[in-house]
Design a binder for this molecule. Structure first.
Ligand SMILES: [Zn+2]
Length: 268
């Protein structure tokens, strides 16, 4: 049932390659990242700063393909075009729709905001990681608003020029973090925070092997930059729900775009 399918969303692929993303170094997103709060247990629901875009959305005439179960949430099934879908695919060729989308409800994990959809799964994953001796998970960056991304992008481009700046800062509307479903994580005391060497840490190894059990996929795997447009990011996990994540893991799909039958997106 999770067979990759092209489906009728090709029209969205034609979106302009305007906005953007980021391979943010630890410094690029300091406004939102890290800085674990002293009281990680507080989970306020915040009013997202960005108001929904007026009309960019092609009102979801979403007719999810044959549902495996009529009772399942349609968001799990295969709408990878609309920003509110748990299955949305956003990359350098696929801008979010609506472009200023923000998740309806935010929760905080280790002081960092993330969509409520990914929050409980992240908590379960952190608990299992600890119980299985792989360390204490920290969420360094989760949800980032469109406005935040505009600021980061503008700053980097002004500082370094378009090309160099965009290697670090995604164009607004093209960052997976805006969905609230992406989690940049690390493990307390294991170092390599937001660095490639995280893949060699105890926590990084455990996550690569087990994240799918909790609905997360390692989004930018080693050796697939030509397809994803991103370097290896062993810290960046994306929530897609357990059934999809497990299916991808078991069938050895390394790239979400490929799983969905979507073209490579190496550049804007
Ligand atoms: Zn990330």
């Amino acid at each position: 049932m999770f067979k990759p399918s092209q489906s009728k969303w090709k029209v969205f692929l034609a979106f302009p390659t305007l906005l953007c993303v980021v391979l943010f170094p630890a410094t690029a997103s300091s406004a939102v990242d890290s800085t674990p709060s002293p009281s990680p247990s507080v989970s306020p629901t915040i009013e997202p700063a960005v108001s929904p875009s007026p009309s960019v959305s092609p009102s979801p005439t979403v007719s999810p393909s044959p549902s495996p179960s009529p009772t399942r949430d349609a968001r799990f099934i295969g709408d990878f075009n609309h920003a509110s879908s748990l299955q949305v695919v956003v990359n350098k060729q696929r801008r979010l729709s609506p472009v200023t989308y923000n998740p309806a409800t935010i929760r905080y994990f280790t002081g960092t905001p993330i969509s409520i959809d990914a929050y409980q799964p992240l908590k379960r994953m952190a608990a299992a990681m600890k119980a299985e001796g792989a360390g204490t998970l920290v969420l360094n960056s989760g949800y980032r608003s469109y406005a935040t991304q505009v600021a980061i992008h503008n700053q980097k481009v002004a500082q370094l020029g378009q090309t160099a700046g965009e290697r670090l800062a995604a164009r607004p509307g093209h960052s997976e973090h805006q969905t609230g479903l992406a989690a940049d994580v690390s493990a307390t005391g294991q170092g390599c925070v937001i660095q490639v060497c995280f893949s060699s840490t105890k926590g990084g190894k455990w996550l690569a092997k087990n994240a799918h059990r909790f609905g997360f996929i390692l989004r930018y795997q080693n050796g697939y930059t030509f397809y994803t447009g991103y370097q290896f990011e062993p810290w960046h996990f994306r929530y897609v729900a357990t059934d999809v994540a497990t299916d991808m893991f078991n069938r050895r799909f390394k790239v979400l775009e490929r799983y969905r039958g979507l073209p490579a997106a190496p550049n804007y």
